[in-house]
Write a protein that binds this ligand. Structure first.
Ligand SMILES: [Zn+2]
Length: 523
């Protein structure tokens, strides 16, 4: 509702003041009414016509995982732009760097001796492809050597063999399962023994004179057929799938118990052999993009409220909860804002960052490239710790954040906020996710902290990070919460001062890597 102020003329100052005060009251009443109408409309839409499942299917099932500079990442960038445009939101892909492009192909890993079993396993990201070649070879374990000289003396024996360079695992049961069923004595003993294995293995790596990331290349140079690792995620069936560190030979992760099987066979004097065939495509350096969507502000177009979630993922699963869920939350919140918040006061920007997984590179680049946004940022809301409903918010060390959040949260329906724990002024984030990139330059990046749902072991960077782990009710909750917080931050008559609370200093700014994994391509 717009008030027609210009039709009235007053000469008496006192009368005018009284009238202005009345108008102010009227307009704040009408704002409260229209505010409630906007929030009610968003709630009704999300509860009755949520697009989250469709969006999740399109992104996670049809496009799949989104490793930086992979064709699937680009597909996802283009999908998001098209989606926004179909809703009338201005969107584009913003190039910020170039990374080594790699496309995952098939991985076939079989034990062929002493008996036949197709193993659970996959090549690590950026593992060199084998083309048409299939290699059958004996598999050996990195032995416990006295020092780097002993390692050098042993190294020629890797020629033509697959080499296992990870420790074995004592028990494949999750901690939850062990706690439920083991006697306290058994539980303590298993944990103590597992710690001993970890310590022994760290010493074994150290004695080679190399680190976990440099050892594979030394073994490759000595003529090995491939590197075999296991990174169990401490849940049934879950392995973390990260990146390869070889340039010529395949690097594969073999699932925990299949890895243990080989380990036990070798330890008892056996000579198991593996047949491995992995395909992948090297695509050279490829452009990397952030997808940016914008709804222009009408009153203060040069002040910004941002929605934020990284778009890329590791590729052992489909990146459903890291960070498919944060991504879907922001896309759905943007849909609600575009549909029901007709004339935003400030400009709304959504940032879908790439290469968060290799060190927040996409958001670092945005911060470097857009000082006009960070200088005039009212608030940025980032979500990146899984599918759970938001249960924590912090003021990131901004002195006056508490009063602002109080106003914004006041408009959030109780059903969405009753479990949220807040902390003001809180501390800035020094890393972990993209809100940190903003905190580093003293721009208010806030994290929407989710309930964890076993995130760190079940889905975080694992082969199990897939569609079935999404809790859509929690996602609806988060899309609504984000949309309402953005709406309130946009409407706020006051602008959040970028003042640090007493005793708070902003973390040192980290710069983006604009030429990622270029070193890998140098032979
Ligand atoms: Zn993440």
């Amino acid at each position: 509702m717009k008030t027609k102020l210009h039709t009235h003329r007053f000469t008496a100052g006192r009368k005018a003041t009284a009238f202005a005060a009345g108008l102010l009251l009227l307009s704040s009443v009408s704002f409260a009414q229209s505010q409630q109408a906007v929030i009610d409309a968003m709630m009704k839409e999300e509860m009755g016509n949520s697009q989250l499942q469709t969006l999740a299917h399109e992104l996670l099932d049809e496009i799949g995982p989104r490793l930086v500079a992979s064709p699937q990442m680009k597909k996802a960038n283009d999908w998001a732009v098209a989606k926004y445009k179909s809703w009338g939101v201005d969107a584009h892909n913003e190039k910020w760097g170039e990374w080594r492009g790699w496309e995952r192909g098939i991985s076939h890993i079989d034990m062929v001796s002493p008996w036949v079993r197709s193993l659970q396993g996959t090549q690590l990201a950026w593992s060199p492809g084998m083309g048409d070649k299939t290699t059958t070879a004996e598999v050996i374990i990195l032995p416990n050597l006295a020092d780097s000289n002993a390692f050098k003396a042993w190294l020629p024996s890797v020629k033509g063999k697959f080499v296992m360079i990870s420790a074995s695992t004592l028990s494949g049961r999750s901690d939850v399962n062990l706690k439920q069923f083991a006697t306290p004595t058994t539980y303590e003993k298993l944990n103590a023994d597992a710690r001993d294995i970890t310590t022994e293995w760290a010493t074994r790596i150290k004695n080679t004179g190399y680190a976990v990331k440099t050892l594979p290349l030394a073994i490759e140079k000595a003529g090995a057929a491939g590197i075999i690792t296991n990174y169990w995620s401490k849940e049934f069936g879950a392995d973390k799938i990260f990146d390869a560190h070889t340039k010529m030979i395949p690097s594969v992760d073999i699932g925990m118990e299949d890895y243990n099987l080989l380990f036990r066979l070798i330890q008892s004097g056996g000579k198991p052999s593996l047949r491995i065939h992995c395909e992948s495509k090297e695509l050279g350096m490829q452009p990397t993009y952030n997808t940016i969507g914008t709804i222009k502000g009408s009153e203060k177009p040069n002040e910004y409220v941002m929605l934020s979630a990284h778009f890329d993922s590791w590729d052992g699963g489909t990146g459903a909860t890291d960070n498919g869920t944060g991504t879907l939350t922001m896309i759905e919140a943007m849909r609600l804002l575009q549909k029901f918040y007709l004339h935003p006061k400030r400009t709304i920007i959504v940032g879908h960052w790439s290469s968060e997984e290799e060190g927040l590179n996409g958001s670092h680049a945005f911060v470097e490239d857009h000082p006009e946004v960070t200088k005039n940022l009212q608030a940025l809301f980032n979500q990146d710790n899984g599918t759970g409903r938001v249960i924590s918010m912090s003021g990131s060390g901004f002195k006056e954040s508490g009063a602002f959040f109080d106003r914004w949260l006041a408009a959030v329906p109780d059903t969405l906020k009753k479990r949220i724990h807040t902390q003001f002024p809180g501390r800035p984030s020094g890393g972990g996710s993209d809100n940190a990139s903003f905190d580093m330059v003293g721009a208010p990046g806030f994290s929407l902290g989710a309930l964890n749902w076993g995130y760190s072991t079940i889905t975080w960077h694992t082969n199990l990070d897939t569609y079935d782990k999404i809790i859509f009710d929690d996602l609806k909750n988060n899309a609504l919460l984000t949309a309402i917080m953005v709406y309130m931050a946009c409407e706020d008559p006051q602008t959040l001062p970028h003042t640090a609370a007493d005793g708070v200093t902003w973390p040192t700014q980290t710069m983006s890597i604009r030429n990622g994994r270029l070193e890998d391509l140098k032979k």
